[in-house]
Design a protein around this ligand. Sequence first.
Ligand SMILES: Nc1nc2c(ncn2[C@@H]2O[C@H](COP(=O)(O)OP(=O)(O)OP(=O)(O)O)[C@@H](O)[C@H]2O)c(=O)[nH]1
Ligand SMILES: [Mg+2]
Length: 462
Amino acid sequence: MSPIVKQFPEIGCIECSALEQIKIPEVFYYAQNPVLNPIGPLVDQNTQVFRPRFVGALKRIFALCDQDRDGALSDAELNDLQVKCLHKPIQPSDIVDIKSLVAERSPEGVNDRGLTLTGFLFLHAIFIKTGHPETSWTMLRKFGYNNNVKLAEDLIPTAFKRAPDQSVELTNEAKAYLRGIIERRNSHSRCATFLRPQEIFDVFSTAAGRPWEREPYVDAAQKNPFGGWSIDGFLSMWAFATLLDPALSMENMINIGFPGDPSSAFRVTRERRLDRKKQQINRNVFQCFVFGPMKSGKSALLNSFLGRHFRDEYTSTIEDNYAVNVVDEPRGTKKTLVVREIPEGVSKLLLDKESLAACDVAVFVHDSSNSFSWERATELLEAVASHGKDTGFEVPCLIVAAKDDLNSCPMAKQNNIRVSQRMGIKATIPISSKSGDLNNVFRRIASAAEHPLPKLKRRRLA
Ligand SMILES: Nc1nc2c(ncn2[C@@H]2O[C@H](COP(=O)(O)OP(=O)(O)OP(=O)(O)O)[C@@H](O)[C@H]2O)c(=O)[nH]1
Ligand SMILES: [Mg+2]
């Protein structure tokens, strides 16, 4: 074998003769195969290891084909796969041959239920090693992958058409699917209430990488001390990710093997304007914007929402910061609340005409021990309320008096009442994140989003 053929396995070598018409059709076959079915996107040529995207795709295909979810492809499931890819059934004798080939060289590849994931991956290694990457490519293409082993764009709509005051949520079908994944894992796990980090990794092993490892997702949901998510935390993360980037969420949903039509996993909510007109809020996920001056206690509020311990040390929030969790409602229903901390400087936000379109409820936090903090919070309240009125995206507002464990500023309480009455908003909610006395604030926020009061009065606060 020449050195160049050794270095580049996709280069084939064939001896032929035009004069004697020896192996001419093969020459054309071998000439086009590396172009149509390249090995490069599937296997790292240096390490000879499958690329992560290829492994993810194969795991997803395996999961989709394993209809009874017993961790192996039965003869019937292998036949369905063959029919889907090659439009013809697989011969029983071929199944026997495949399974004995795999069993001989990779004993874990076959069990009494059929071909395991190990066996399925091993089979693809054989296809590639024996110069038949086209078999893997046929399968990848049938399952929607493009030449970069990414799900083809026509499978993932790039935008969900919606008005600015509409949002995207998971349907009950999608939630049931996600719950099913966790329940199946928990049925053979000792840790029934939390999804461990390794399990989260496993859920996403059919995707090219783990989503939500960066801001603003990474610390947005409640985790246990070992980094695991509760079922509510896991579902909240999905709700949050869908709210922020529905197209990416759809890609993730397809990647983890959602079996139905991907569009049936998502719904676009009714315009908020219509909801309010009909006095019936048609959403399960609410977004709350938290405004307030520096050091007023916004981050502490978000941390309490995630059940995190209070910290005396102060860290200034530079970028928008999110916390998401489930809020139990009095009638036993659950809503997902996405709380977004907005750093004090709001001028940029107020330049955008649609900045409040995504906001279901706004909370104004002030440090109740500091009169300057209160003044600044009321300025913010007035600016945001006016912006809402001017742009047509009015939002219900709540005032939160933080640090209730400290001596409150004498004038603050009276001022609170005065402003609440003038602006037509509910009474101020005192809380102390430090002592954990939160006064049902999150339930009240969700309730204000769900039952907004009539329009805010627009008066100056002087
Ligand atoms: N005593 C007391 N201190 C609190 C309470 N909540 C927050 N703090 C403290 O107040 C300081 C500021 O709290 P943060 O929650 O970071 O305030 P913030 O509004 O997020 O500040 P920025 O991110 O700069 O806008 C920190 O040192 C907190 O420990 C509380 O309920 N009681
Ligand atoms: Mg902060």
